[in-house]
Design a protein. Structure first.
Length: 504
């Protein structure tokens, strides 16, 4: 070989290896991620650890809980006529929408009552006869009522109005706050039977912080943040084949240490710790804005106060501000791999969502050119709805969530049908989403829970295995829901320790 050719080859060799190096840089060596969601850490989800709520007085009367009141004397329900904007009467034999009140908790015994028009019940002035009108848009003193429960039967109640007097159903059409008696007899016009619609109880961040109230919540939350996930857990993850975490946070963390009430400060320094531990143990971090201001889906996990979805155009700038804050704070960490702009929007206007995703993307890019920007696919839309929109950005990812749950189609599936569904349907969904120069796809949530009643451990191992296999085809990877949970199949820590899944 001539020396010329030798040098040409040498050059070619360097050229190739350097290009190969550049390629693997763009392809990022930690992708596809094998990650886990640190759910119920900075955004509380009561179902994952119900005991967190045990110390709350009147813990069945949380923000958003729906209640109905029947006058024991008249045997009729209180009703906000027309669902709101009008008087409150006591003439209904059955209770449904207009007879249902959503609680906004003021303290452990005092509440505002939100009716179906989203207005609040208020006490009118004395010269208006101490009547009740359900026509207020923002609650304050005149909208605050105390629920006093009977010691022997907590669902026998009397309701004290802001004038200090009790509500009484004088007749079916006359309900006034002008009663001073104290009898608990069923014939007393101030006694009501309260139905707490237990299926409507929301147990999220708003409920836990407001439920404990400003004196107790800070310690409860700080103890939780400091013990639920620790450095030991990051060590466990890296030793067991996980290389990433998706960390749900709420919008209020951007205002730490003094977030608006009832939220509690102190989470930000714990999130800082998470980055330190991640760097030390070689774990990539996705910061996921799980709870946007106003709530993007009305679910407890978006920190909704009362189950209504309020997020929309008027919330975009506050939501972008939270992203801007997080991107600025963590852009320089070598562990930051991505910022997720919003989790599981459901029922929001698609154009508003796109304007927000555009603005959120720009906010991340102000601080980082390399961090991926993750856009969650709206739950109520086709999984391809954002594909072409997202294709216009660089280093962008679409997040889809795959559960063999939450739909009737899974109710009667047996073990093999569940496995085949993942192998065929999920695999084909993923491949239709995957394009050569479009966004990367991320299965940002999935779980080993299923509707199969009597499955063996071996069956469950297969179900875990097939999901790992198929979801690893997503080019950005996957994140299990969750790391820890009282319910074992939702805890990857439990599943690894009990040999239901092996990742390395
Ligand atoms: C790959 O990940 C590392 C660590 O998060 C990051 O520093 C780097 O910029 C990433 N590369 C790309 C192209 O995103
Ligand atoms: C209840 O009372 C209101 C106010 O008088 C009246 O408009 C309504 O028709 C009554 N409804 C029933 C079911 O009696
Ligand atoms: C709760 O609020 C009501 C109404 O404002 C007030 O009368 C009561 O003293 C408060 N209770 C507690 C425990 O703060």
């Amino acid at each position: 070989m001539s020396s010329q050719l030798f040098y040409a080859n040498l050059l070619l060799f360097f050229y190739l290896s350097c290009c190969h190096f550049a390629l693997s840089q763009t392809e990022n060596s930690s992708l596809p991620l094998k990650a886990v969601n640190l759910g119920n850490w900075f955004v509380i989800e009561g179902w994952m650890k119900p005991s967190l709520f045990d110390g709350i007085t009147n813990k069945d009367l949380l923000d958003g809980t729906q209640v109905q009141f029947m006058s024991t004397k008249l045997q009729k329900y209180l009703c906000a006529e027309h669902g709101g904007g009008s008087i409150v009467v006591a003439n209904r034999t059955k209770a449904s929408g207009w007879e249902t009140f959503r609680l906004w908790r003021v303290n452990e015994t005092a509440f505002n009552f939100r009716v179906s028009s989203k207005q609040f019940v208020r006490l009118t002035n004395q010269d208006e006869g101490n009547a009740l009108l359900a026509d207020s848009d923002s609650p304050s003193d005149m909208e605050t009522f105390e629920i006093l429960r009977n010691d022997d039967d907590p669902n026998r109640v009397r309701i004290r109005a802001p004038n200090g007097q009790f509500l009484q159903a004088i007749s079916e059409t006359v309900v006034l706050a002008n009663y001073q008696g104290s009898s608990w007899d069923d014939s007393d016009p101030s006694v009501f039977k309260m139905n707490v619609l237990t299926g409507t109880i929301i147990r999220g961040e708003y409920q836990i912080t407001n439920g404990y109230g400003p004196d107790k919540a800070p310690k409860i939350m700080r103890d939780h943040w400091n013990t639920y996930i620790t450095e030991e857990d990051f060590n466990f993850m890296s030793e067991n084949g996980l290389n990433g975490v998706r960390i749900p946070v709420g919008w209020w963390i951007a205002q730490d240490p003094t977030p608006p009430k009832p939220f509690v400060g102190g989470a930000l320094e714990v999130l800082d710790n998470a980055f330190t531990w991640a760097e030390k143990h070689g774990i990539k971090v996705i910061v996921d804005l799980h709870a946007a201001p106003g709530s993007q889906n009305g679910k407890p996990h978006s920190a909704s106060r009362d189950g209504y979805l309020e997020w929309g155009d008027s919330y975009i700038s506050d939501t972008v501000a939270a992203i801007d804050f997080l991107a600025e704070r963590y852009a320089s960490s070598p562990s930051l791999i991505a910022i997720e702009l919003m989790n599981e929007p459901q029922g929001v206007n698609l154009e508003s969502l796109k304007s927000y995703y555009q603005a959120g993307y720009n906010a991340v890019r102000k601080h980082s050119s390399s961090a991926y920007v993750i856009m969650s696919n709206p739950l109520d839309r086709d999984s391809k709805v954002l594909l072409s929109f997202a294709g216009a950005f660089s280093n962008v990812v679409i997040d889809v969530h795959y559960y063999n749950l939450f739909s009737d189609r899974f109710s009667n599936m047996n073990v093999q049908q569940n496995i085949d569904f993942v192998k065929k349907q999920r695999a084909s969904d993923l491949s239709t989403l995957t394009t050569s120069n479009g966004p990367l796809i991320f299965v940002g949530e999935w779980s080993g829970d299923w509707k199969v009643q009597k499955a063996s451990k071996k069956d469950h191992q297969k179900f875990m295995q097939v999901q790992v296999e198929v979801y690893s085809r997503a080019r950005f990877g996957w994140a299990y829901w969750a790391y820890k949970c009282d319910s074992n199949f939702w805890s990857i820590k439990w599943l690894i320790e009990n040999n239901h899944v092996k990742l390395n």
